[in-house]
Design a protein around this ligand. Structure first.
Ligand code: NI
Length: 177
């Protein structure tokens, strides 16, 4: 297992849509393990394969709180949202936008179909943070990012903040440790 590098906006690879997962063999299993290690190290509640430069329809989510709750790693391969119910505004962050927190409007409840890490199909209906995380990560698989949901003004502000961060990034503590 290894911690992979998480791509930061405006890296163009974040815009490449994922291809369907067809092979659930050894290298896929190693990829899922690496993604889990990367997500927990960040730490984050979700990570899409496209965020580490792997263009596959694959994301992982763990919305457990950690402290007194066991981990709850969920793997979604080839996910499709089949129903969106009601809407809610939720303050979101993204591992590809360090330091950015913005309100994004999403469905409050979703039904999703996907395959687990062994390729077995499953369906899930959920709400709360898990529903938000699923929609956020699914966007990543289409090359869509949280910034795309913002107003033009907010989008410009976040874009500038990220460019500034990228320009100074080589010398920041984040990069050094
Ligand atoms: Ni994200």
């Amino acid at each position: 297992m290894a911690v992979r590098t998480i791509l930061h906006y405006p890296d163009k690879r974040l815009r490449i849509p994922g291809k369907p997962v067809e092979d659930f063999g050894e290298s896929f299993q190693a990829l899922v393990d690496d993604m889990a290690e990367t997500m927990y190290a960040a730490p984050g509640v979700g990570l899409a394969a496209t965020q580490i430069g792997v263009a596959l329809q694959l994301f992982i989510v763990d919305v457990s709180t950690g402290e007194d709750e066991p981990s709850d790693l969920r793997v979604f391969a080839n996910p499709v949202i089949t129903e969106k119910i009601d809407s809610i505004s939720w303050e979101e962050g993204c591992l590809s936008f360090p330091g950015v927190q913005e309100d994004v409007k999403r469905a409050e409840r979703v039904k999703v179909k996907a395959q687990d890490r062994n390729g077995a199909p499953f369906e899930l209906e959920t709400d709360g943070l898990l529903a938000i995380a699923i929609q956020h990560e699914l966007d990543h698989l289409d090359g869509k990012l949280m910034i795309d949901h913002l107003s033009p003004l907010k989008r410009r502000m976040v874009h500038r903040a990220m460019l500034k961060r990228a320009a100074g990034g080589g010398h920041s503590m984040d990069e050094a440790v």
